[in-house]
Ligand binder design. Sequence first.
Ligand code: NAP
Ligand code: MG
Length: 409
Amino acid sequence: MEKIKMKVPLVEMDGDEMTRVLWQIIKDELIKPYVDLKTEYYDLGLGHRDETRDQVTVDAANATERLGVAVKCATITANRHRQEEYHLSEIWPSPNGTIRAVLDGTAFRAPILLPFLRPAVPGWEKPITVARHAYGDMYKAVELVTDEPGIATLNFKGHSGREQTLTIAQTKGSAVFQGQHNTETSIRAFVRSCFQYALDTKQDLWFSAKDTISKEYDGEFRRAFDEEFANTYKERFDALGLHYFYTLIDDAVSRVMRSKGGFVWALKNYDGDVMSDMVAAAFGSLAMMTSVLMSPDGSTEFEASHGTVTRHFYRYRAGEKPSTNSTATIFAWTGALRRRGQLDDLPDLVSFAGKLESACLETMKDGLLTGDLAVLVDEGHRCQIVNYEESLLAISKRLAEKMRSVSNR
Ligand code: NAP
Ligand code: MG
């Protein structure tokens, strides 16, 4: 069978530990037999980040802007303990933070559902996609600690020379301060990518913030959503029978818990950070959560939501075969290949991505499950716990059958 050709390479960001092990097998056993895989390879493994003084991460992010589609393996975020373990010259920043800062944009996190896995919230029948604004607020804030009475002000000096000053607080003793910002460009890009994603996936869009308290800051987010909807998206939403809905964040939290799911929930950076972990945990396993970062110019980076599964890696290194779930990492690859296929008009590549996803889901439906899922299945559903290798082998066999039936047609 002739391999599927690609036109433009994917940006491939390799990573660390157990996910690096899975990464290699996914490429070699599931993709390369069928696709003439073209990638621009960046090794974001911690050792290589250290050797390049983290330049490789910046290069990979810039390549994503240039080529448009990236797939990323989970990476270690260094800390003091990892510095000792890997003999690092410095504690390098989180690669995801660096990439988000370059690409700006919005992170969409969506669960992969299986009929026999019941979410912790019994009413949730459909996926909830959390759309997290990936720029600014607390993540780009400056902080100050003071130790005497005084006055703190917020001051802006325009290039025109005009100044604006507000008193933050007069303090009687030691105090802490935080200065946050966001930009109109980034907020608008966030808003538009949320509406666009909702249209693409044909789901309602919810946005929630706290504009009753934060009238200017959160108010600006709300104004942007309301305006963009009225001016640009309302007709297309109406045509598809979709709804845009704003409510205060605390009201949204209680509505989400009582909902059936099936919508995109847009959230500011911190709210999205927290709520995406809650939603992920409630839907079951982190290994069934995909994550997509979309930049305002349309560049897209696909990854799994989980980390490098360190505890499994240590067992792997000791010669064991851990029961690690590769679903989200496989879906990162299929997401990236599908997107490349759509952009470059390669229907065979798009269709391959779908077949690989089906092979993966059908293997699990047949009852071959990794340990993280086995504990979540309904009583009465027969399943067999397999290790990472057995699971990938079963997926590869199923994929081979699907690809054979294509080439025989
Ligand atoms: P983690 O790698 O997500 O793993 C936490 C636990 O969740 C695992 O020990 C395992 O539980 C379970 N788990 C996660 N993914 C799984 C999978 N694919 N299959 C089966 N079980 C899975 O989080 P962590 O241990 O806190 O972090 C490890 C490293 O990853 C850290 O260095 C962190 O900096 C990094 N990290 C990277 C990213 C990223 O690159 N996007 C995100 C988060 C964390 P059991 O051990 O109970 O089986
Ligand atoms: Mg988080």
